[in-house]
Design a protein around this ligand. Structure first.
Ligand SMILES: C[S@@+](CC[C@H](N)C(=O)[O-])C[C@H]1O[C@@H](n2cnc3c(N)ncnc32)[C@H](O)[C@@H]1O
Length: 199
């Protein structure tokens, strides 16, 4: 592939890449994956040790967001781009009893991994939905809070996703967001193929 990469090629490339991460997380990627990354970005050792290896093997987030969200029992939480489910199961613990967590991801293999993790842990208050964030299958005001851990940077249409996130959060709902940003635009010559989307 050469020249300008279209939005639909990016969506397909993102889905294909995170399908590979879900299926074979130890293969080489252009970005870090796994438990060492989780430690590096601040997940406490005791938190990781309280979960099976499956929880962090395919982790690709950017930060330990939970202290910033201060989740409370009974709250309804969205994990946007939930990946292998680490944040979703931690959130499910935090909102118990009475709360619920919905993970949304466009890669079916990630959904399957996260569902297996929740089943192993016996967590019933979490569900994982296979959908695209540009058209979230939720009513307005469904969630009290959202975790967004390494997500917007992958989306070709960030404004639409931001509007969707705003719509599905209740008024005065809150979100904790970790992102990669560039301080300067990339030179066009460095954005020639879908692989250039992943750094
Ligand atoms: C960088 S990973 C982060 C995963 C997870 N938050 C974590 O901390 O490990 C981004 C995730 O978002 C999903 N994703 C990317 N674009 C998406 C979109 N437009 N709609 C839904 N999911 C998307 C990918 O499949 C991937 O699992």
């Amino acid at each position: 592939m050469a020249g300008k990469v279209t939005a639909s090629e990016i969506r397909e490339g993102v889905r294909a890449t995170f399908t590979r991460v879900a299926e074979t997380p130890t293969q080489a990627f252009r970005f870090p994956v796994g438990p060492a990354l989780a430690r590096q970005v601040g997940y406490p050792e005791d938190v990781l040790a309280s979960l099976p290896p499956l929880a962090s093997e395919a982790f690709t987030g950017l930060a330990y967001l939970h202290p910033h969200l201060d989740l409370r029992p009974g709250e309804r939480v969205l994990d946007l781009g939930s990946g292998a489910g680490l944040d979703a199961v931690l959130a499910a613990r935090a909102v118990s009893p009475g709360g619920s967590v919905t993970g949304l991801d466009s890669a079916e293999a990630m959904i399957a991994r996260a569902q297996t993790l929740a089943a192993i842990l016996g967590i019933k208050s979490v569900e994982f939905v296979n959908a695209d964030a540009e058209a979230m299958p939720f009513d307005a005001g469904t969630f009290d809070a959202a975790l967004v851990n390494g997500f917007f940077n992958l989306c070709p249409d960030k404004a639409t996703v931001a509007r969707e996130l705003h719509r599905v959060l209740r008024p005065a709902g809150r979100a904790a967001v970790a992102e990669i940003t560039f301080t300067d635009p990339l030179p066009p010559a460095e954005v020639q193929t879908i692989d250039d989307w992943f750094r």
